[in-house]
Design a protein around this ligand. Structure first.
Ligand SMILES: [Zn+2]
Ligand SMILES: [Zn+2]
Length: 406
C-alpha cells in the first residue's frame, strides 16, 4: 500500500536526495545526539523496547538474516561485530545433508544471524555457498554480502568516494573483461549484463535509509561500531589520510624512467612489466605530483591538526555496483565501465548470491581499481563494511510472524 505522500517521496527527483544524503560529520553528531558524544548504550536506550536481544532460535528455520564473506579479513571483521555466539552458549544448529558450508550463528543487535564462509572469491563460489545456505536455512529473508571492493573515485553525481568509504548496493550490474590491462583490452559484452534491482521490500528499505534522518543515524552508528571493532581488531585501524592516494587515470603503476630504469616499462607508455605489478608505488617511483587532490582528505588533514582531532569518519554511498569475476586494475577501464554502466564500485560475489536470496552488498572501498592498487587498506575497509552492516541491521525490521506486514 502506498499513499500519495509516500509515492511522492519515492519519486522525488534523484538530485534532491543526493543533496541531502551526505551529511557533514558535525551534523551527523548533532542529529543523533544533540547533547555531546553518543555511546552505543545511549543509542540502545533511544531505540527502547524495540531493541530486545533475541533468544536462541529453536532450529535453523528461526534464522532470517544471513551474512556471507569471501575473505578471511572480511569474516574476521564480521565476527567482531557479533554480540553473542550461540556456540559459546552450547547451542549447535547443524546443517542439511549435502551442505558443505561452514557457519557461525549468533546475535547482531536485535537479529539472530548466520554467517557463511566462502571457500574462495568470485561468483561461482558465492552461488555454491548461497545454494547450500538456502538448503540449511530455508527461512532467510535477507542476505548481506559483506566485505571489500574497488571504488570509483567519483560517484555518479561527482561526489568523492575515498578509501574506507562504504558502498551499499542499490542494484548489481554484471561486467566482464577479457583482459583488464591497457595493452590488451577486450570487453565481453553480454545481452544480459544487468542483474536487476532488489526486491520491493529492500528497495523501500534503502529509500528510507537514504533520507536525512536515517542516513545521519546510520553514519553515527557506524562510527560507534567501528570504534568497538577496532578495539577488538587493532589491525583494522585507519591507515592515514597520507596513504589514501588517487593517481591520475592515465598515470600507470610501472617503473618510472629515468628514476628506476626498466627496459620493458620504458618500451612504451602503456607497457607494464610483470615485476612492477607486485611492488609498492614508492619502489617504482610513482610520483606524488600525479596525485588527484581530494577535498575531504584535505579537510581531514586540517582536522588532525586541531587541538582535539576527531576520529576519521567513513561515508556511506548508495549506488549500483559492478559484479564480475575479473579484478579491475586499470583506471581507464574502471572509469569507462563506471560511465557506461553507472556503477560506483566493483566487487565479485554479489551476483552469485543475488540469484538465491533478497540481498544487499555492503562493501568497504579498499582500492581505486587501478594499477596502483595494493592491500594496505583491506583490514580497515573490511571493518568499515562490518560496522555498516551492523548499523544496517539496527534499522532492518523482520516481518511480524503473527500478523504479517499489513
Ligand atoms: Zn618495469
Ligand atoms: Zn603506483
Amino acid at each position: 500500500m502506498t499513499t500519495p505522500a509516500a509515492e511522492a517521496r519515492r519519486t522525488r527527483p534523484r538530485k534532491t536526495i543526493l543533496l541531502l544524503r551526505v551529511p557533514r560529520p558535525l551534523q551527523r553528531q548533532e542529529a543523533a545526539s544533540p547533547s555531546g558524544p553518543s555511546s552505543m548504550e545511549q543509542r540502545r536506550q533511544q531505540q527502547g523496547a524495540s531493541y530486545t536481544s533475541p533468544s536462541p532460535p529453536r532450529d535453523r528455520r528461526g534464522f532470517e538474516v544471513a551474512l556471507i564473506c569471501a575473505l578471511r579479513v572480511e569474516a574476521d571483521c564480521v565476527q567482531a561485530a557479533f554480540d553473542k555466539f550461540w556456540e559459546d552458549e552450547g547451542k549447535s544448529y547443524g546443517q542439511a545433508p549435502g551442505d558443505q558450508n561452514s557457519y557461525t550463528t549468533g546475535i547482531i543487535g536485535k537479529h539472530n544471524v548466520v554467517l557463511a564462509y566462502m571457500p574462495n572469491i568470485g561468483k561461482v563460489g558465492a552461488a555454491g555457498t548461497a545454494a547450500s545456505l538456502r538448503s540449511s536455512f530455508p527461512q532467510i529473508r535477507l542476505a548481506l554480502v559483506v566485505g571489500i571492493c574497488g571504488g570509483v573515485p567519483f560517484g555518479t553525481d561527482q561526489e568523492e568516494i575515498l578509501l574506507g568509504d562504504i558502498i551499499i548496493s542499490q542494484a548489481l550490474v554484471q561486467y566482464d573483461f577479457g583482459r583488464q590491462y591497457p595493452e590488451a583490452f577486450e570487453e565481453k559484452d553480454t545481452l544480459e549484463d544487468r542483474l536487476g534491482r532488489p526486491s520491493q521490500k529492500i528497495r523501500c528499505f534503502l529509500a528510507k535509509l537514504q533520507t536525512y534522518r536515517y542516513h545521519s543515524r546510520m553514519q553515527n552508528d557506524i562510527s560507534l561500531h567501528l570504534k568497538e571493532l577496532q578495539q577488538k581488531l587493532p589491525k583494522a585501524k585507519y591507515p592515514g589520510t597520507e596513504n589514501d592516494k588517487l593517481y591520475q587515470p592515465l598515470y600507470l603503476h610501472k617503473h618510472h624512467q629515468p628514476l628506476i630504469p626498466c627496459d620493458e616499462c620504458a618500451k612504451d607508455e602503456i607497457q607494464i612489466c610483470q615485476a612492477a605489478r607486485g611492488i609498492a608505488c614508492e619502489e617504482l617511483g610513482c610520483e606524488e605530483k600525479k596525485l588527484i587532490i581530494r577535498s575531504r582528505l584535505a579537510e581531514a588533514q586540517k582536522q588532525q591538526q586541531a587541538d582535539h582531532p576527531k576520529q576519521y569518519e567513513p561515508v556511506v554511498h548508495f549506488g549500483r555496483m559492478g559484479s564480475g569475476d575479473t579484478v579491475i586494475k586499470w583506471a581507464e577501464g574502471r572509469d569507462r565501465i563506471a560511465k557506461t554502466k553507472g556503477v560506483i564500485a566493483f566487487e565479485m560475489e554479489g551476483a552469485g548470491v543475488w540469484e538465491y536470496f533478497p540481498s544487499v552488498v555492503i562493501k568497504g572501498v579498499c582500492d581505486y581499481a587501478d594499477s596502483h592498487k595494493n592491500k594496505q587498506w583491506q583490514d580497515y575497509a573490511a571493518a568499515t563494511a562490518a560496522a555498516c552492516m551492523k548499523a544496517f541491521l539496527t534499522e532492518w525490521t523482520s516481518e511480524d510472524k503473527s500478523t504479517g506486514p499489513g
